[in-house]
Design a protein. Structure first.
Length: 204
């Protein structure tokens, strides 16, 4: 997997509405950390855009240390997969522009006849980069089709994040039960280029 492809995949771990400002990887002690506060994954330093200082850095580092320690790592169990919304490519928003073929009407005249506009499938709008942004109606702006959680070793973890982990080459996982004073488990994971940790969901 080349660097830019890996970086783009890992940005899915950092880039969401709850990312607490981590829209870029952190560089700590010779590794990159991608996180949104709920999931963290490391990678070797790559020649990509990066940011340095952050308050969560110590916590992130601790997760990395734990994931390098003793833990029985196994393949991810089977779980119902989620998918990125095909309409908005997982962005949650769709950029529209008025269809130029029909001037936004969805049909046009030619001679004495009206024709349905095929360019915009009669909607009058076409999806284009740089157009006006609207929340994607197909996924209600979430960018994903299947939310929810599944249990590993009896502890619930979010499907979206499990599916992200599954995309990593050589991913293996290990569940750490809740520590004293905490009410959720942690899923540690390793993959070909680094380690990571996912914060679990609360048991119902
Ligand atoms: Zn049109
Ligand atoms: Zn969508």
């Amino acid at each position: 997997m080349d660097e830019m492809k890996l970086h783009k995949l890992l940005m899915r771990f950092a880039d969401d509405d709850n990312s607490q400002g981590f829209h870029r990887p952190l560089e700590i002690d010779g590794s990159l950390y991608y996180t949104n506060g709920k999931i963290i994954v490391t990678a070797p330093l790559m020649d990509v855009d990066r940011d340095n200082a952050h308050s969560l850095a110590d916590k992130v580092k601790k997760y990395g240390d734990v994931a390098n320690g003793n833990c029985g790592f196994n393949n991810l169990p089977e779980f119902p997969d989620f998918s990125w919304c095909a309409r908005c490519n997982g962005h949650g928003a769709v950029e529209f522009k008025e269809c130029e073929d029909c001037d936004g009407r969805g049909w046009f005249e030619h001679g004495n006849h009206d024709y349905d506009c095929k360019n915009c499938e009669e909607t009058g709008r076409v999806v284009v980069e740089g157009g006006e942004k609207f929340p994607c109606s197909h996924c209600r702006g979430t960018g994903i089709i299947n939310v929810g959680s599944t249990r590993i070793d009896g502890f619930p973890f979010g499907l979206v994040y499990l599916s992200l982990i599954k995309m990593l080459p050589g991913a293996r996982v290990c569940v750490v039960p809740p520590e004293a004073g905490d009410d959720v488990a942690t899923l540690l994971f390793r993959y070909d280029h680094g380690v990571g940790a996912l914060r679990g969901r609360r048991c119902d």
